[in-house]
Design a protein. Sequence first.
Length: 270
Amino acid sequence: MVDRTLEKGAPLLETRGVAKRFGGVAAVDGLDMSVTQGSVHGLIGPNGAGKTTMINLITGLFHPSEGAIRFAGAELSARPPHEIAALGISRTYQNVRLFSGMTALEQVMTGCWLKRGVSLWSSFLGPAARARWRETRAQAMALLERVGMADRADELAETLSYGEQRRIEIARALGSAPRLLLLDEPTAGMNHAEAHAVGRLVHELRDGGLTVLMVEHNMGLVTEFCDSCTVMNFGRLLARGEPRACIADPAVQEAYFGRKNDADRIKSLR
């Protein structure tokens, strides 16, 4: 059962001893992680550390080989993705996954149907169909406004810039009114201004009551916009705590840069 009475600062998502093995390879190996209600938590680490596998475990695309994943008191480990989404978890992906031939507004409307508790097909049938469509359209427009894309609502998503497509994808993920939003490398491929704008958006979402778990390689973004972080390496926990302290950890520097003392690189992150 999901606990809907959690206060800010209480653990919303917890993993204990989580492992995922593919044959003889442990992509995640005994990871403990805690994400508090009302925070932005960074999940960081070098390429191949197991970060996306961890996101896939939380959302039910994979099931753990061992360990437990709990969200607001509910065990997630054996649940399918649609049940986990219905509990209040939504996500974006490393690569933008928008539907071809659909406008920005239509993209976001597709994300709103889960929360309405009816199938997309039935929403176009029966006497209440038009009312449901109008309500969903209004909800989607409000989400586009929230991410600063309302003026592009009627444009085909594929004609928008990469950064704008990322914002549409976030708006679609918000359509189910999640309690926890998982962002998998939301600023990949963006320039500094675009990435910083996404960071500000994430803070606005947090200040509006949402909890965010963000996989991110941009260490400047992590230090500026994450309240806490977990560092993975080879599937295992390497460090956790305040972002700047984690990044300054010699073991983290060695994992990222291949040596313990790389003052110039670390200085550029501050």
